[in-house]
Design a protein around this ligand. Sequence first.
Ligand SMILES: [Zn+2]
Length: 231
Amino acid sequence: MFTGLAKCGCCGRHNLIAHHSTREEGQGRLVSAGTGKGRSNCGFAGAPLDLIAKSLFSFLADSELIRPLLTAKSSHPCKLEELQLKVSEAEKRAERIAELILGDDEAPKLLYDRLKLEEARGKQLRSEIDAESMRFKAEAPALETYEGLRETLANKSNHISHRPEMRRALAAFLEKIVLDPHGEDGVWCFTVHLKGACEAVKSFAKQISNAGFIALRLGDPARLSEVAVAA
Ligand SMILES: [Zn+2]
């Protein structure tokens, strides 16, 4: 499920791979790929695959948390707004100059030159806007993609037969998660990097009973306790 998407937060170099013990059925662990061949000291214990998966899915299903991350991507929207403002200013100036020229039978050449200048500036800015919005669209996983993933998460994340579909949906959306396979006192902390989002978000998972787990996110203490209570 996480193949190629989970990085080891211990060494920072290797992928995490799912290891299924032959003794404990279904108790898969996420172990650093560096461990097996002695290429790193990340340990064999690993993180509980099922817990991490459930915690990640609950995180991704939280649209109140995810949507702002996707729409507030880096500084691009700000740059786009700034460009649009500049264009409308250039257009206004050009309009005023054009009015001056129309109202003056012998308008000075200077005004014509200014008009040309403002028109050229507007044209340049509009092409910058086009380029910027293209880039923005190309980088952003559209919100529809996210809605598709949420649906898949809601209906299909529990069935093994839907694994390939889940895996595709995740890969379209998730750049990577970084997780230290050691955990700390049974708490696993991982950062979630969404494609196109400028911020990575820290998430915690802790198993509290056979069925229950706590998934916490850093950043908003109010939300933190809210989620903890809900879990
Ligand atoms: Zn490692």
